[in-house]
Design a binder for this molecule. Structure first.
Ligand code: NAD
Length: 522
């Protein structure tokens, strides 16, 4: 229900949470049947959800997950958009994105720290540690892309964000993720240049289509320092809007003539890509932001390029330590509960300056959407500590209700995604998908509260298999034991995956933490 809160979901009335058409339930009938099944579920029973539809309740045991979910799985030879869309039209499947169909999306905040870390790493690698005086150009201010403006200004930079849907820009503006809004390119450029010259942080939402604005910027000789993109290019039919169309006109064409829509969308992405490559030639740092833009541009006929995805470029060292986007939600609905968890976490992990800085920033700058929640990248050891702390807070009554702990599927041990999380793995294991399945099985065995496996997600059908888990801190001793186990197995499997691929940092982390990895640490 929190995934579908009107403040959280991009289009709750269609059950669409974020990321193109990432949904929480197959249809409204399935939604109501899921809720009814959960209301009567016993503490020793498990509900099975098949692509957004409840299909069975079985007696298991009290330490087993209460819900097991599988979304959008297709056998490999049928694992493409054409087959998926056919089965979706028959009412047999649903697109679960990463955290939409596994019920642990927490709004744009959920991706904010990852985006902040990414731009931070980019600043450290290329600009002496800050984006002050630098111009970042991107497009797409949707559920996740909407985190970019705030992530750039938190790193001191100036950001120009092109978004075709004015309503989306207004929404980010209302949530204070975007500082200024305009439909005038001249005005946007004047603001950007002034802020750049003064080295003042500023984010600008520019209403327009990237396939029109980007080439115009290139023509005018604008030189951004960093270029990326977060339109929903992973789903060219539902997520990328062709040049010359408003969102309403796009919806109409999509319905009336999907083939023509796709043709125009591919024409547009090719134009946008060529402009982005021109910025790169002029010296911009160009990276792919996990939306399969490179592959779809290639499908549109542009192939003379080379630039990395954000994971190999900036994030993999964190994955080697089992670090990733840990998150928690206060079921009380009381913001004070999150502030209490912030405080206790800062006291416990006070040596971790980066984390303390982030939590302070988040408290001041990040508005809650839906139930109060927090995101914070934590690794092996610290996640288990956080779980214990939260369970004790619930037990002692210092927070008013249980706390739900989960994470993005974009995590250390839970994804096989050759164009994103597992791009350019050291041992070439990019497309090996045993790892997320082992992660899900392990978290199930360890007693997570719900576990999900998905096909598709951020990069689209055919390009990724991944797993999610959620574990609830309800203050009981049994929950404490489950939390201890799950918050160890989950990041541990991330270290295992990277140690197996031969990353020295991961092998070192495995030894430091005493992980038993046959053939690696023994
Ligand atoms: P979304 O569908 O909510 O938003 C996409 C936005 O792009 C929409 O607002 C749409 O109007 C806009 N858009 C589409 N075509 C455009 C064009 N030609 N010009 C300008 N704007 C255009 O999606 P989202 O949740 O924001 O995710 C964006 C992409 O990032 C997805 O492909 C998603 O899978 C990917 N992604 C990113 C991360 C990450 O770590 N940042 C993680 C997972 C997925």
């Amino acid at each position: 229900m929190n995934n579908l809160d009107p403040d959280v979901a991009e289009r709750w009335e269609d059950l669409v949470v974020y990321g193109g058409a990432g949904k929480a339930a197959r249809n409204w009938d399935a939604y109501h049947r899921i809720v009814a099944a959960l209301r009567t579920l016993g503490g020793d029973e498990t509900l099975l959800v098949q692509s957004g539809k409840p299909v069975g309740v079985f007696r298991t045991h009290s330490d087993a997950p209460r819900v097991l979910i599988s979304n959008a799985m297709l056998v490999p030879a049928w694992g493409d958009w054409d087959h998926f869309r056919r089965y979706e039209a028959m009412g047999l499947t649903m697109y679960g994105q990463m955290t939409a169909g596994s019920w642990i999306y927490i709004g744009t905040q959920g991706i904010l720290q990852g985006t902040y870390e990414t731009f931070g790493a980019c600043a450290r690698q290329h600009f002496g540690g800050t984006l002050a005086g630098r111009l970042v150009l991107s497009a797409g201010l949707g559920g996740m892309g909407g985190a970019q403006p705030l992530a750039v200004t938190l790193n001191g930079g100036v950001g120009l964000f092109v978004e075709v849907d004015r309503e989306r820009i207004e929404r980010r503006h209302r949530l204070r993720y975007v500082d200024r809004v305009t439909a005038s390119l001249d005005e946007a450029l004047a603001w950007a240049e002034e802020a750049r010259a003064r080295r003042e942080p500023l984010s600008i939402g520019l209403a327009g289509n990237a396939a029109e604005i980007h080439p115009e910027l290139a023509r005018r000789g604008v030189r951004p320092d960093v270029v990326t993109d977060q339109t929903s290019a992973h789903d060219m039919l539902n997520g990328y809007i062709p040049a010359g169309l408003s969102p309403t006109e796009a919806a109409e064409l999509r319905r009336r003539d999907p083939k023509e829509y796709l043709k125009r969308a591919y024409d547009a992405i090719a134009v946008q890509m060529r402009a982005m490559l021109e910025f790169q030639r002029q010296g911009a740092i160009l990276f792919d932001y996990g939306n399969n833009f490179r592959r779809e541009a290639e499908n549109a006929g542009v192939s003379d390029f080379s630039y990395p995805g954000f994971v190999p470029a900036f994030i993999r060292p964190l994955f080697c330590e089992g670090q990733g986007p840990f998150r928690w939600v206060a079921l009380s609905g009381n913001p004070e509960d999150i502030y209490t968890t912030d405080r206790v976490l800062m006291e416990t992990l006070h040596g971790n300056d980066h984390l303390v800085r982030w939590l302070r920033l988040a408290q001041h700058r990040v508005p809650f959407q839906g139930l109060p929640a927090r995101i914070c990248w934590l690794g092996y050891g610290d996640r288990q500590k956080a779980g214990r702390i939260f369970n004790d807070l619930v037990a002692s009554g210092r927070v008013q209700a249980p706390i739900v702990i989960g994470r993005d599927h974009l995590d250390s041990g839970s994804v096989a995604s050759p164009n994103r999380e597992t791009e350019s793995m050291r041992d070439g294991s990019d497309a090996i998908a045993d790892w997320p399945i082992l992660n899900a099985l392990l978290n199930t065995a360890a007693g997570a509260t719900w576990v999900a496996v998905h096909h598709g997600g951020g990069v689209g059908i055919g390009y990724a298999i991944h797993a999610g888990m959620v574990v609830v801190a309800d203050g009981t001793a049994e929950a404490g034991r489950r939390l201890d186990r799950v918050l160890t197995t989950d990041p541990g499997s991330g270290i295992m995956r990277h140690a197996d691929a031969g990353y020295p940092e991961a092998i070192d982390a495995a030894r430091r933490h005493g992980l038993n990895l046959p053939g690696i640490t023994t």
